[in-house]
Design a protein around this ligand. Sequence first.
Ligand SMILES: Cc1cc2nc3c(=O)[nH]c(=O)nc-3n(C[C@H](O)[C@H](O)[C@H](O)COP(=O)(O)OP(=O)(O)OC[C@H]3O[C@@H](n4cnc5c(N)ncnc54)[C@H](O)[C@@H]3O)c2cc1C
Length: 434
Amino acid sequence: MTSDPHTSLWRASDHGALEVPALSEDLQTDLVVIGGGFTGCSAALEAATSGANVVLLEAQTIGHGGSGRNVGLVNAGLWLPPEVIKKQIGDGPGTRLINALSVAPDEVYRLIEAHNIDCEATRNGTLHLAHAPKGVEDLQERFRQGNASGAPLQLLDREETIRRTGSQAFFGALFDPRAGAIQPLGYCRGLARAALSAGARVFERSAVTKISHSDEGWHVQSNGRRIRARHLLLATNGYIGALSGAPKPAFVPFHYCQFATAPLSDAQRARILPGGEGCWDTALVMSSLRIDRAGRVIVGGVGNLNAPGAAIHRNWAARKLAQIYPELAGVPFEHEWEGTIAMTSDHLPKVVEIGPDALSVFGYSGRGIGPGTVFGKRAARALLFGEVDALPLDIVPAYAESLRAPRAAYYEFGATLTHAVSPNPLRTSSAKRA
Ligand SMILES: Cc1cc2nc3c(=O)[nH]c(=O)nc-3n(C[C@H](O)[C@H](O)[C@H](O)COP(=O)(O)OP(=O)(O)OC[C@H]3O[C@@H](n4cnc5c(N)ncnc54)[C@H](O)[C@@H]3O)c2cc1C
């Protein structure tokens, strides 16, 4: 088992690591992008294909952050149902955001095809699963709101849900045909490779330690070298390192862990998620379920594998697998990993002006594949070409979050407590014996 949280199934199954140098010279550029996740790589790709001179600096390696650790569900929107989004930011801005993100999967799959990105891409939709009878009511309400705003959602009954998942554990599902699943690290590296081919200069192991602004533009320090740039995009989201000269993205860290089995047999694959939809459920402390190209079942849930509750989260994952698929009870996990989600209070991303010609984009709150791709691209265009109206959200002058540490502790404590008692340890251990 790979218990180093920096090693994931995605690192083990993607063999396309980039071979790019660390920054070792002073440079001048139109746009400097800090952070090599979906947001930064998409921005660098857009800038380079538009003919701009762009430099991307990544502190570790491309996809080191959330982009290389996530579940891989390419969703067509945020967690929040449309009416909640509109209530929070108003009808006009809400509609603009919903419309921009409803086509985000189109943009992701267009890029995958255009740049021939090998990332296990499938577009078979996602299933939001009712974990309990009361979850069906939640799905019915999401179905109503989604369809009213033009989303082609389908509400599936229990029988159809059993057929699609191969599990008796769920009570219904909301199917979104616009969505799909990818190997997220492969996608992120593919974006970076496409940006390189288009002329972007990409550097790994190049942590930016200080930024400042003068009449000459932005000055960015990394590896003892200096980059001068007219425009700057901070795309560090939940993985911001030590960096002075700019307000740090403000978010509450929310940990999420995943566990993957060995590849299933062909007979098991024919029964378990035969359509390959990516899934998550309606529980308050949610969990996710999917299968990768090799046929590994991947179970995910809220929780930090670097915290005292790690053993509880591990035991929970084994019981959860047994609850969903009793025939897999006792099957060991071959990979485990975790990542930090950057949550905001209203669960909406933020585009913050951190200085002249400089933006910081963060706070996807667990939905960053489509949104990161779209926000990155449009942030690059807003900075380079002044297309601010094309951003999915208005730029704000500042953003703060209060009580971050207690709220992060509350999430972890709640997940640990829930995972200690659910699914029922006694019932799932007898299922295992059966
Ligand atoms: C466990 C988990 C599951 C998730 N599941 C899903 C999902 O199924 N679907 C979905 O849509 N979204 C999901 N998300 C959310 C999604 O992964 C993120 O929103 C997305 O990856 C954010 O991309 P990003 O490029 O903004 O940031 P990141 O991918 O986090 O990249 C930021 C990068 O900045 C670099 N960096 C930080 N500081 C510096 C510095 N000073 N100098 C240079 N570089 C720096 C970091 O090393 C990092 O590589 C999940 C997230 C996690 C953690």
